[in-house]
Design a protein around this ligand. Sequence first.
Ligand code: PSV
Ligand code: MN
Length: 407
Amino acid sequence: MDHIGSGAPTVISTNQTDTIIRALDAFHIELPSWGFANTGTRFGKFLQPAAATSTEDKFADAGQVHRLTGVCPTVALHVLWDLPNGAADCARVLAMAAGHGLRPGSINPNVFQDQNYKHGSVGNPDPAIRKEAMDHILACVEIQKRLDSRDLSLWFADGSNYPGTQNIRHRRQWFAESLKETHDALAAGQRMLVEYKPFEPAFYHTDIADWGMALLLAQAAGPQAKVLVDTGHHYQAQNIEQIVAWLLDMNMLGGFHFNDRRYADDDLTMGSIDPYQVFRIFHEIAHFEWETGKRADVAYMIDQSHNLKGKIEAMIQTVTTAMELYAKAALVDHKKLAACQTACALVDAETCLKDAFSTDVRPAIREWAVSKGLPADPMDAFRQSGYLEKITAERGRKNMAAISSYA
Ligand code: PSV
Ligand code: MN
């Protein structure tokens, strides 16, 4: 591939197919339980008759996506939504997961929905509310242990809407104390991932607004705390792959919540708006692994809840896109790229990325899938399976009842 981007998709070679097969063998991406249930925007919900109506349904649907794609063995759980009785639900959840060929994935506490959290959770000026939030988080660590889940995924809606209304420094200190306490409750081998978000639901300040704040808090909490990058949680034009490269270099990158965005936290399908950006993120990871000879210990997770697309189809589409972009990143000629970077051969360096990105990796992915006994085309297999018709019939009445109660 010595030419400079001819415009036509680059055709894949046997060596490249082998590279992709090796890359996919090691690739996993976690499904979010909340991506299978009816969700909406603050303006309303468009309910789907086939949407999951229970945690069992969510595992069943996630099980379909994993059965067809082969790369999603775990499901992220939101404790309040999936384990409403807390630790008492653990045995039930473990059985459900196993019944669908899955394992529980990251555990997400919910310290944003309760009425008490109107002015924050662990950043709330009221010590009683800070304690309530802390108790829930520690209960989630217990759940994490019982479910043998590696990661506690922490996102806080804390912030304020108006200048001067909160003491930002005090809140930072309360966050630091709470995250340290959380860290000290983790078992060996478990991690806590600190997610950041610049705005929404708070619009003046968010307590953990960006990767720098998340990094400082994670470092202060302890070695099992890392940063979680949700691709939708950045200002427009932010160079996310640079954040990824910095966090990797500092051994502080814990994982991703993948989704795409046009404006803010839009929760659009991964790679639907800017697939090149996802490729660049995967490339930074692949290049780090090539250069260091170490596997990056990073959890890939999807954080999307589709309001308009069919939920299972949207997840299959997401996972397929993730595999394609991951496979393309595996094709970058790292040795050549490193030499080009050193020589400041700008056009040739950039072409290393462009050539990999423009390679049609789909034949190699089909080959990988067939070699694993998976369908060559997961979307087609899903549409042929009759599963959607079955769940529409089974769940339709319950979901339609919710629709009529909206009317
Ligand atoms: C918040 O926008 C977020 O990205 C957090 O990760 C939540 O856990 C998730 O979305 C679901 O609400
Ligand atoms: Mn997220």
